[in-house]
Design a protein around this ligand. Structure first.
Ligand code: SAH
Ligand code: SF4
Length: 342
């Protein structure tokens, strides 16, 4: 049985031509899947009943189940999705009041091998990569369930996208071609996997690269992120400089603010120096509590002070709006499992 979600137009054509249908039929089916987000072949009302029956005998729209759906007070929706092998990941839909944008935060892996000290996903360890169709299914599920069209996609759910780059790039291509979401509306976030950044330097993707830096120097970063041992900040700096020079693109630096650990004036200054020659926007993320660690979120005054110090050094800085914390959908809170009540 073929699953239509995630197939390219050519792949849909192959199925349709096999049934004696035309390329035009294939285009209609393609649009039903990606632009009108139907859940079943029976909803493809401009196909003849007979053709729908034939198609039903060889294909279905999706094989992903919504296991849990939670809606936050701020309108953020978090889905726990289950794939046929019973593995689950989360995907989150965020709306920002001041914009018409609907942003999907997608997962690229089940679990994550990088295991950063502050992140709930890392605590699960690495389970498996998602293939590109499974990534695409996350956005289609959101569109089917809400009847809305996603406008922006961030690879900021579970997993390290640059450790599953081939599938992430294939998914990005289909978001672009089939969903008609421009590459500029896609952001790929990484903990700093240098070989992946080098690969991205050589292709003209036009999407935004976001780096989870989170520290102003090697010692603090090592405490927070084990990956610093393998890909230290000085080498990362070279890779980023090279990426910016080659692509001409501005990167985003994500910086998690943890009280008394990396939120001091000294840290802001060191960070400003590290970023001095890198064309970037800085996105400050006040720490969101997850289970089992002692980190604390700084108060609003410290956050503003940190922001001001960086702005004073000529950087453009935003503070990330927290979304969906009441349903554990905020950054770093995705666990990918059903939490049982104690
Ligand atoms: N693995 C990639 C993509 C996940 S993005 C990466 O790490 O970049 C998720 C973002 O949320 C990352 O910037 C991550 O560092 C951040 N994050 C993780 N745990 C967090 C927490 N407890 N509070 C706030 N942000 C967190
Ligand atoms: Fe993995 Fe990113 Fe979480 Fe680190 S922050 S454990 S890289 S998902």
């Amino acid at each position: 049985m073929n699953v239509l979600s995630g197939l390219s137009l050519e792949e849909i054509e192959n199925i349709v031509l096999g049934l004696g249908g035309s390329k035009f039929r294939a285009r209609q089916i393609h649009n039903w899947i990606y632009l009108k987000s139907v859940s079943s072949i029976d909803e493809m009302t401009d196909l003849s009943l007979k053709f729908r029956q034939e198609l039903n005998s060889v294909a279905k729209v999706s094989d992903v189940k919504i296991k849990v759906k939670q809606v936050s007070n701020d309108g953020t929706i978090k889905y726990l999705l289950e794939y046929p092998d019973k593995q689950c990941v989360e995907t989150v839909l965020m709306r920002f009041d001041n914009r018409a944008n609907l942003t999907a935060c997608v997962s690229s892996q089940v679990g994550c091998a990088v295991n950063c000290s502050f992140c709930a996903t890392g605590k699960r360890g690495f389970i498996r990569n998602l293939d590109y169709k499974e990534i695409i299914e996350q956005v289609l599920t959101i569109q089917r369930d809400t009847g809305l069209k996603v406008t922006n996609i961030v690879f900021m759910g579970q997993g390290e996208p640059l450790l599953n780059l081939d599938n992430v790039l294939k998914a990005a291509h289909i978001f672009n071609e089939s969903f008609q979401i421009g590459a500029r509306r896609l952001t790929i976030s990484t903990s700093g996997i240098i070989p992946g950044i080098e690969k991205l330097s050589d292709i003209d993707l036009q999407s935004t690269l976001a780096i989870s830096l989170h520290a102003p120097n090697h010692n603090i970063r090592k405490q927070l992120m084990k990956i610093e041992e393998k890909y230290p900040m000085d080498k990362l700096h070279n890779a980023l400089k090279n990426y910016i020079d080659k692509t001409g693109r501005r990167i985003t630096i994500e910086y998690l603010l943890i009280k008394d650990l990396n939120d001091t004036a000294q840290s802001a200054k060191e960070l400003g120096i590290y970023l001095k020659d890198l064309k970037c926007n800085i996105n400050l993320i006040p720490y969101n509590p997850t289970e089992k660690n002692d980190y604390k979120r700084p108060d609003a005054t410290s956050i503003m002070k940190f922001k001001y110090l960086l702005e004073h050094m000529g950087k453009k800085v935003t503070v990330r709006l927290e979304r969906g914390a009441d349903i554990d959908a905020a950054c770093g809170q995705l666990r990918g499992r059903v939490l049982k009540a104690d």
